[in-house]
Write a protein that binds this ligand. Structure first.
Ligand SMILES: NC(=O)c1ccc[n+]([C@@H]2O[C@H](COP(=O)([O-])OP(=O)(O)OC[C@H]3O[C@@H](n4cnc5c(N)ncnc54)[C@H](OP(=O)(O)O)[C@@H]3O)[C@@H](O)[C@H]2O)c1
Length: 325
């Protein structure tokens, strides 16, 4: 009989969940099995996970009954929502509730909820430093995740709240790579002033989540923050210059200018960066590099990540202005 504990992974074909699936599958003797959850078991990514040894089960996080079936018999579940697919904090909250209800129903022993800060605890809605968005949020994709924490704790679930960091893959996939300025130089654009931005190789999020599951009860009821580096925009530009072999400069615009860029989510991200800038010690302090490396000894630095992925960063030589995440 297979005595391995099942970890059911939401977003298994994506960045966070995919990293967790691969971390578990790479550790054949670790005592855990992967149940990879996807909306489409027939996709190439789902088939790849199956080939690596995962059980693949279809789920839709908008359908609580599908979640109950998918979590059945699982020891642990990894829960994440997908704000950038729909831009709706209310939908994230409803999906988090579905996952919490299903985890309770399945009586799982450990839930990891991939969350972020509810920035309204530091910047209340009446604070005019940054605009209120969608009527009741400062940073919608953060606030909804932080607000959803209580959905897990109120149900008495054995939950760990995992605070993630800015993926360096945003330089590849989210239009945040270097762009040519009007003066002909290449720039990365962030409204962070001289403050440090905690960043991470997205694959490391899953490795940290696996380490948290392996620690058993140690992190149940706790908030755990992770990052691979805390770097200023200037430090990121210097590392990019070295890795890409071309000069990249840092364009430190104001959050107001960033919010005005006009791409979908620009205001949300402008507020997000402003929060990270204005509460640097809180935000970096919640994501200790020492702790992160103790949890996941192979945690990549930005330099490590650039050595592996730097060549995938698109260099936009046609645009005079940066867009965003
Ligand atoms: N970008 C950043 O820097 C950053 C940093 C920290 C946190 N985050 C947060 O990370 C979250 C996204 O996580 P991620 O980057 O791992 O996502 P991702 O790579 O975009 O993956 C999303 C996966 O989720 C699945 N999915 C989408 N809708 C679903 C649904 N309704 N039911 C079930 N599965 C669904 C999709 O798989 P199938 O198509 O196979 O179903 C997809 O592969 C966002 O909420 C974002 O705010 C992002």
């Amino acid at each position: 009989m297979d005595e391995k504990k099942v970890i059911a992974v939401i977003g298994a074909t994506g960045a966070q969940g995919g990293g967790l699936c691969r971390a578990i599958l790479a550790d054949a003797g670790g005592g855990y099995r992967v149940r990879a959850l996807t909306r489409n078991a027939g996709s190439d990514k789902a088939k790849e996970l199956k080939q690596l040894g995962a059980e693949v089960v279809e789920v839709d996080i908008d359908d609580v009954e599908s979640l109950k079936r998918a979590f059945r018999g699982a020891h642990g579940v990894f829960c994440v929502t997908f704000f950038w697919e729909h831009f709706s904090p209310e939908k994230e909250l409803a999906e988090a509730k579905n996952m919490a209800d299903a985890a309770k129903h399945a009586e799982v022993r450990h839930v990891i909820w991939s969350t972020l800060e509810d920035t309204r605890m530091w910047v209340p809605l009446g604070d005019r430093r940054m605009p209120t968005l969608m009527g009741k949020y400062k940073v919608p994709h953060f606030d909804a995740k932080g607000e959803a924490n209580r959905l897990f704790s109120e149900r008495g679930l054995p939950a760990t709240f995992l605070l993630t960091s800015f993926y360096w893959e945003n330089l590849i996939h989210f239009g945040m790579g270097p762009k040519k300025g009007e003066d002909g130089n290449l720039y990365i654009t962030l409204p962070m002033g001289d403050k440090k931005l905690p960043g991470i190789a997205s694959e490391d999020i899953g490795k940290c989540a696996y380490a948290i599951f392996r620690k058993g009860r140690e992190f149940i009821g706790k908030t755990v923050g992770i990052a691979g580096d805390h770097l200023t925009g200037g430090q990121m530009a210097t590392a990019l210059t070295k890795a890409l072999g071309m000069e990249i400069l840092y364009n430190a615009v104001s959050p107001k200018v960033y919010r005005s860029f006009g791409f979908p989510g620009a205001e949300d991200l402008g507020n997000m960066f402003q929060f990270k800038r204005d509460f640097e010690s809180v935000f970096c302090g919640a994501r200790s590099l020492e702790f992160s490396r103790a949890l996941n000894p192979s945690m990549q630095t930005f330099e490590n990540w650039l050595a592996e992925k730097g060549r995938e960063i698109p260099i936009d030589i046609g645009s005079s202005r940066a867009s965003g995440e």
